[in-house]
Design a protein around this ligand. Structure first.
Ligand code: ME8
Length: 648
């Protein structure tokens, strides 16, 4: 029977670049929490997704020469994108929202209108610094030496029409919420919010923009798009079906049990989000938990710092479970932590290879060596030797639960590893290899092994939220052991004649020095751009001079039917007769974009037939590969050069 509903969320990610291990941190933590709640018997809804609007995305798409939708599609659903990463990391989300999803966009329009009709959103003037040539508004703090940060020119004081949300109206209620309830944790974040943002005075928030278009349009005032944070924060409710018909889960899952968010976005989640919910008379989420950052060399992580932070590379080298485990074992969730390869490798070696891995393989190997497939049922307890281990293993679930309920993943794991260490010590104390030599001690030996297997069962069961695949593997090595929540609070669940299954080492030891050197090599910046090797064979000057290079103007350009490679060009080559050239560049250009351009052709090649059409010459282009992808640019000349001009 379900213990009730439980709704947990991660921040929805900006698909402005590929994700790094820091992004993975919060999602792995949320996944561990969701799995823990499922293990306990809750009906869990775990939401994640992507936050796809805003100027940053619009700018990046422009830089990449694609539409904003194409840009985000590639990072979200493309190879190695967000969805692939969550699959790799074994993230068990129940729902994935993209803020460009139609149902979400329509819901945001309704929500914005509701707050407007209520009088909590009003039209006003946004005052800032304006750069005319760039048509951009800047705030004082964005200016560089008082000038436009983009072009360096003078800016002017200017005003722009915009909508504002009456955040100031909710200041007292928000302050009360933060100071007098457990809404925001850890507590240190409360002081930060109250002292830095609320005490100095909460100002109304500008919630629409007119300077770019990649956002949810304000339907009753075209030209304005909804501020990206309103669009983003309401994902937590639209994904349940709020103001849309796609889902019907609001009554079952709202208010959320917890939003996990990084510390820099606590302000949005603990001030702006509850104020907007208050405006709509909606229940507030039960908790916002602001976790710390993973730092690299003391600074915030970014992809540009190299491959060390690439979760794909780390998962491939160390395994997904080891990486998940490391993230939650090594850093207290509420504070910042310093990521390093040394720490990653030593955590794997100490906890996983030495402590857990050894315990499992030694115990299973001894059970098989001394008794074959099954343990004998004739077993002899020894209270003096056994009681400490049994007490620790039996009491583990309660201690673990206390820590998990406080989101203290590191402490919960520390409790499990105390028991694992105790079990390893128990092996040494009981020296099964000595008991094995004396037939009369075999009942005692069987009990020692049973106690160890049972301890392994409890520990592995409690590790399921962190290392789901490893726990499942251990369950199968213990003959398909019960790892249900109820069973993990009880010692003695395995049958006395438990059957075991041997297997390879769960976590082979890593050679620190070799691995660090390999990672160092991998993190050396490699140039994204590769060019063809130069030709070694020399061409004599006269032969080269025989090639006739001419400027040609594109009069018409069409795709060739049934060919996804060829474009057919009709060219003005200055002779008065059109020249036809076929070129295999359809992958790189749209025909309509080339009309009117001035290109370079070699005109004295013998004509040849391609797809039954004659091609008289060849167009010149520059080729290279970028991030492994083939790139091609036609050589384009200044349009002032007349058709037929000879290039020499
Ligand atoms: O903030 N260590 O998206 P985002 C720990 N779209 N956490 C880190 C981190 C690091 N080094 N780097 C990033 C957004 N994060 C918004 C959220 S929610 C309605 C909208 C965390 O892709 C960061 O703290 O920039 C944040 O919680 C999350 O990754 C997503 O960051």
């Amino acid at each position: 029977m379900s213990k009730g509903n439980y709704y947990i969320t991660t921040p929805i990610y900006y698909p402005s670049a590929k994700l790094h291990i820091g992004h993975t941190y919060c999602t792995v933590a949320t996944d561990a929490m969701a799995r823990y709640k499922r293990l306990q018997g809750y009906n869990v809804k775990f939401l994640t997704g992507t936050d796809e609007h805003g100027q940053k995305i619009e700018d990046k798409a422009k830089e990449a020469g694609v539409t904003p939708q194409e840009f985000v599609d590639n990072i979200v659903t493309g190879e190695g994108g967000v969805l692939d990463l969550w699959k790799l990391m074994n993230i068990s989300y129940d729902r994935f929202i993209r803020t460009t999803d139609d149902y979400h966009v329509a819901a945001i329009q309704k929500i914005f209108k509701k707050m407007y009709e209520k009088g909590d959103i009003y039209k006003g003037k946004y005052t800032g610094k304006y750069c005319k040539p760039c048509e951009s508004f800047w705030t004082e703090s964005q200016l560089v030496d008082g000038k436009c940060p983009d072009c360096g020119r003078e800016v002017q004081d200017a005003q722009e029409e915009a909508y504002f949300f009456r955040l100031s109206k909710y200041a007292d209620r928000i302050c009360d919420l933060l100071e007098n309830t457990d809404f925001l944790e850890p507590r240190s974040r409360v002081h930060e919010m109250v002292n830095n943002f609320i005490k100095p005075g909460l100002e109304d928030l500008c919630v629409s923009r007119t300077s770019f278009t990649w956002g949810v349009p304000v339907d009753f005032d075209p030209g304005h798009v909804v501020y990206v944070w309103i669009d983003a924060l309401f994902n937590y409710m639209t994904a349940l079906g709020f103001e849309n018909d796609k889902y019907q889960d609001v009554s079952d899952f709202w208010p959320a049990d917890v939003h996990f968010v990084g510390k820099e976005i606590v302000r949005f989640h603990s001030i702006i989000w509850p104020a907007m919910l208050m405006s709509l008379d909606l229940p507030l989420p039960k908790k916002v938990y602001g976790h710390g950052w993973l730092l690299l060399d003391g600074g915030k992580m970014s992809k540009s710092k190299g491959n060390v932070v690439d979760p794909y590379i780390l998962a491939e080298r160390f395994g997904v479970d080891a990486l998940r485990f490391f993230l939650l074992r090594s850093f207290p969730f509420g504070s910042d932590g310093n990521f390093s390869n040394e720490l990653l490798i030593s955590t794997i070696n100490t906890d996983l290879a030495n402590d857990l891995g050894n315990l499992v393989s030694r115990t299973v190997a001894m059970a098989q060596k001394y008794f074959g497939e099954k343990l004998p049922e004739n077993q002899e307890a020894d209270d003096g030797m056994d009681s400490e281990l049994l007490e620790m293993a039996t009491g583990l679930r309660a201690k673990y639960q206390e820590q998990m309920d406080a989101y203290a993943f590191q402490n919960a794991l520390a409790e499990v590893f105390k028991v694992i260490s105790r079990a390893n010590k128990y092996i040494d104390e009981n020296a099964p290899w000595v008991l094995a030599k004396d037939e009369t001690k075999h009942p005692r030996l069987a009990k020692v092994l049973y106690n160890l297997l049972e301890t392994v069962r409890i520990c592995a069961g409690l590790l399921t939220p962190f290392m789901p695949a490893t726990s499942a593997e251990i369950a199968s090595r213990l003959g398909g052991a019960d790892m249900s929540w109820d069973s993990l609070g009880v010692f003695g669940v395995l049958r006395a004649d438990v059957a075991t299954v041997n297997g390879p080492a769960l976590f082979p030891r890593i050679d620190m020095e070799k691995e660090l050197a390999a990672l160092e090599e991998l993190s050396k910046p490699v140039s994204d751009i590769q060019i063809e090797p130069y030709a070694e064979e020399a061409v004599d000057f006269d032969t080269f001079c025989k090639s006739d290079f001419r400027a040609v103007k594109v009069k018409d350009c069409q795709n060739v039917k049934k060919s996804d490679k060829l474009l057919q060009f009709t060219l003005d080559d200055g002779t008065g007769t059109d020249r036809q050239i076929l070129s295999g560049i359809a992958k790189f250009y749209k025909p309509e974009d080339l009309i009117g351009k001035t290109l370079v052709a070699i005109t004295n090649l013998p004509p040849r037939k391609l797809m039954g059409r004659e091609s008289c010459g060849m167009l010149l282009s520059a080729v290279h590969t970028e991030k492994g992808e083939e790139k091609l640019n036609l050589i384009m000349l200044d349009d002032a050069i007349p058709a037929g001009a000879k290039l020499c």
